[in-house]
Ligand binder design. Structure first.
Ligand SMILES: Cc1ncc(COP(=O)(O)O)c(C=O)c1O
Length: 475
């Protein structure tokens, strides 16, 4: 069964329908096909109306196939195959069509012209999201790349760092520091509580020789959905009179939960583009202030590739990326930053806060009966971007699978909550509510979950959708 990949998604069709000829004939539009050699067919269309017409053609073909496939799973489940799916996982998030459309273009010149001007405008707009007047280095890479980039600029083998951990991602960042040869002191706060700032002050006070060079802390740990208070963390470091750099992971939170890099005294912040910034995965960012620059300058050596100096202050365009620019991502990012600043970053935070409260209101209602429980009990420690939940084993996985198969709704897997391979990992799941989301999507997601629990006979309290609607109605 070949897959046709197009700008708006993909369509699975039977080879037997003679799709190639059919589409060419039905459109009479310029359409190019290429094959991957693995049975996939890639479809290149030049404009949106051709694409819509081709979508319609493919839908007609699929309907015909369905009629032919009597008794198949598809016939038994006609709802699942239709309508737009919703990926409600905590990243990558739903991409605005405008972002995808901005990326749908021929490769631009990387030696002059529009792309260079666009890139120069991205830096101030990224800094406005991060709330910093510091510098920003862009990397072609995911969040792990940003972790490594940030560490490589300020940590050498043998340096000591402190890692207060509130979930899987804090643990992973600490492990990356270990991989670079750092001595890592871990304070693990478990999977349900935020950092206890007094313990951090105590650990730093105990370091009288000021050997700890940096505190690596995750703002929102996407696995547990715990949000840590960075203003309080800065105060905790200051209370110890310790000079360590404060390094923040905002990969899940940037553009969703309020974050004030300069006001909260954060020296280095890492982020990536595929969550609140609403761009397909592939770009990551390191923001750094003057204190971090001074630490970087004193490093015995820094990898040429990760070095943030030329990226943050390029003399030539190629230095932004240490090589070929991520051309299409830059167009996507230009559009997404336009959307964010068009709405206003405070409004973006406020929208996420209302939608998160609606989700929690629904969860509170469901949890009146049965086993559904949110991971973080205290509202002030919950992220507005992601909610980590559980049901009785194995209902978390059963619910995810049911809503994906029957409703086209994809919920996030539980991550790092159970020991690897443990039976109860099937109890956990997560809801992503980051980036390009609005009230009708959240109500749809909650309605889908209620439908799934009803279909599967999972016990749950009543009134969840009413409770969520009341929150959104109030705004
Ligand atoms: C808080 C946090 N940090 C780091 C990462 C790692 O990012 P990536 O998967 O893009 O490498 C993620 C990914 O979900 C994350 O949520």
């Amino acid at each position: 069964m070949p897959t046709i990949v197009s700008r708006y998604g993909y369509h699975k069709v039977h080879r037997s329908v003679g799709l190639w000829g059919y589409l060419m004939w039905s459109r009479g539009a310029p359409v190019l096909f290429s094959t991957s050699g693995y049975g996939d067919v890639y479809l290149h269309v030049s404009d949106a109306s051709s694409e819509c017409a081709i979508d319609a053609s493919v839908q007609r073909l699929r309907l015909r196939q369905r009629r032919k496939l009597k008794g198949s799973a598809m016939t038994q489940n006609p709802i699942a195959a239709n309508g737009r799916g919703y990926l409600a996982i905590p990243g990558p998030s739903v991409m605005p069509d405008a972002v995808l459309q901005a990326m749908h273009r021929p490769s631009p010149n990387i030696y002059g012209g529009e792309l260079l001007d666009i890139t120069a405008t991205l830096i101030p707009d990224l800094k406005r999201v991060a709330r910093t007047s510091g510098k920003c280095a862009i990397y072609i890479g995911n969040g792990h790349a940003a972790w490594e980039a940030a560490l490589s600029n300020v940590i050498s083998a043998g340096d000591r760092v402190l890692a207060p951990i509130t979930g899987h991602f804090g643990d992973r960042w600490a492990d990356m520091a270990t991989g670079l040869g750092a001595e890592v002191d871990i304070i693990d706060f478990g999977k349900q509580s935020p950092m206890d700032m007094a313990r951090i002050t105590e650990a730093l006070k105990a370091d009288t020789a000021h050997q700890i060079k940096a505190v690596l802390a995750v703002h929102v740990d996407t696995s547990t959905s715990i949000r840590n208070d960075f203003a309080a963390l800065r105060r905790a470091i200051d209370a110890a009179g310790h000079p360590a750099l404060l390094m923040a992971d905002c990969i899940a939170s940037l553009g969703c939960d309020q974050f004030e890099m300069d006001e909260w005294g954060v020296d280095i912040m890492v982020a990536a583009c595929q969550k609140g910034l609403m761009v397909p995965a592939g770009l990551s960012f390191v923001f750094f202030n003057e204190k971090a620059e001074a630490v970087r300058s004193a490093m015995p050596r820094v990898s040429r590739y990760w070095d943030w100096v030329p990226r943050g202050d390029p003399e030539q365009f190629w230095q932004y990326f240490n090589g070929t620019a991520p051309t299409h991502h830059l167009y996507g990012l230009r559009t997404s930053l336009g959307i964010i600043h068009g709405e206003g970053i405070e409004n973006v935070w406020a929208r996420h806060a209302v939608l998160a409260r609606a989700i929690w209101a629904a969860c509170d209602a469901w949890s009146q009966k049965g086993a559904l429980a949110m991971n973080v009990t205290d509202v002030k420690n919950r992220s507005n971007a992601v909610t980590s939940l559980s049901l009785a084993y194995p209902d978390g996985t059963k619910l995810r699978e049911w809503v994906e198969k029957h409703l086209g709704l994809t919920l996030g897997i539980g991550l790092g909550m159970a020991a690897s391979g443990a039976r109860d990992s099937d109890a956990y799941f997560r809801l992503g509510h980051m980036g390009h989301v609005n009230g009708q999507m959240i109500m749809g997601m909650l309605g889908g979950m209620e439908t799934g629990m009803t279909a599967l006979g999972i016990e749950h309290g009543a009134g969840a959708l009413e409770a969520a609607a009341a929150v959104i109605a109030k705004g």
